[in-house]
Ligand binder design. Sequence first.
Ligand code: C5P
Length: 232
Amino acid sequence: MDTVAIIPAAGYGRRMENPRPKPYLNLGGRPVLAWTLQAFEEHPEVDRVYLAVAREWVDYAQNSIVRADNFRKVARVIAGGKQRQDSVYCALKELPSTSGIVIIHDGARPFLPSAVLSRAIEIAKSGTGACAARPLTDTIKRISDLGLIEKTLPRERFWAAQTPQVFPYRFLWEAYRQAGNDGFLGTDDASLVERLGYPVKVIPGSPYNIKITTADDLRLAELILKYGLWNL
Ligand code: C5P
């Protein structure tokens, strides 16, 4: 049973205030995306990687990242779509129907600890989805359109979802096909699988597995590298 990773990296990073999409921004001397791909290249249980990038960046990603860094596991670099969900679906359509386990991990999360990925794969191999997440430590308020607090929610029941999210192929394929048919748009993969009633288990992610979204996140990422916090 093969284990395949899909890396959606086709966003334009409009919250970054930089015309260059975030996968290609410099982090410690190499593109953000190169760090992400490295985690998969080095993980012994990952067989192949499908990378989705914006259409006009396919050649650059192929030549200046995948070939330049010799990422041998990258089987295809494909053009992604308008939303993250479209990008994942584009890649999912390229996977053989005999695929066993599918990992989805944001290209913009360069610090994936191998232990988190191993645990998520282990759960998916037992037939359940797995979603890396962090328990919320701040108190959670639901607010009105005017910014007034409507309600305080019980924070012990709220977790912030990260990636990796890992699923048996057939769950994920059905979830994406069904979401496409229903016009359902989610901001992560588990939300598509959950709505079909399939179980998805939350596993503790890493505080350093940040998604690089803003210029501040990139500065934080430089510090994570500088202090060697990744993989702790
Ligand atoms: O936009 P968001 O922060 O949710 O993006 C998460 C990941 O999804 C990023 O790695 C981004 O490049 C990717 N993405 C994508 N296709 C899009 C939008 C986002 O692959 N159309």
